[in-house]
Ligand binder design. Structure first.
Ligand SMILES: [Fe+2]
Length: 160
């Protein structure tokens, strides 16, 4: 558990590269989770996925969705994305509770539901939200957002 906080290093030169690399890491963590069969492996894979989702979603909720609303003037799209991550957080909480209670007979079904929801969310971001944000951002806005993301993520990297 002591290394879960550094499972999602910042990779990429701009906002979209960083977020897309996060998405790829999250997809891999979902694949690891669905492959894990033994209880210990499942728990470890879930802890790693949970940490990555917390870090990634916090990045988007604190910086990217506000920019989508204020810079790209996409209020509705921004609200939709907030709602989707909130719903995913509830599923994560339910899965976490199942593992802690040792009542995980429905874990696979619920994990698959979470995976479907997160993958749909990622697709919406990559095909709709991110292009809108890129189109609306001048070079100053774009550079500021990337710098803010690096700074924000730095706060997660120092917790071990
Ligand atoms: Fe995302």
């Amino acid at each position: 558990m002591n290394n879960t906080s550094i499972q999602l290093p910042v990779r990429g030169n701009d906002t979209v590269e960083i977020l897309t690399n996060d998405h790829d890491a999250i997809k891999t963590l979902f694949a690891d989770l669905t492959k894990a069969t033994a209880a210990d492996g499942r728990k470890e894979a879930f802890e790693r996925l949970k940490a990555a989702l917390v870090i990634h979603n916090a990045t988007e909720e604190n910086l990217v969705y506000p920019a989508l609303r204020m810079v790209a003037h996409e209020k509705l799209e921004s609200e939709t994305l907030y709602h989707q991550t909130a719903e995913a957080s509830v599923l994560v909480f339910e899965l976490d509770s199942m593992l802690k209670a040792g009542e995980d007979s429905d874990f696979g079904v619920k994990a698959a539901k979470l995976q479907d929801a997160v993958l749909a969310h990622i697709k919406e971001e990559e095909t709709t939200a991110f292009p809108e944000l890129q189109k609306a951002s001048d070079s100053k806005h774009a550079a500021e957002l990337t710098a803010s993301i690096r700074k924000f993520r730095g706060a997660f990297q120092i917790v071990a």
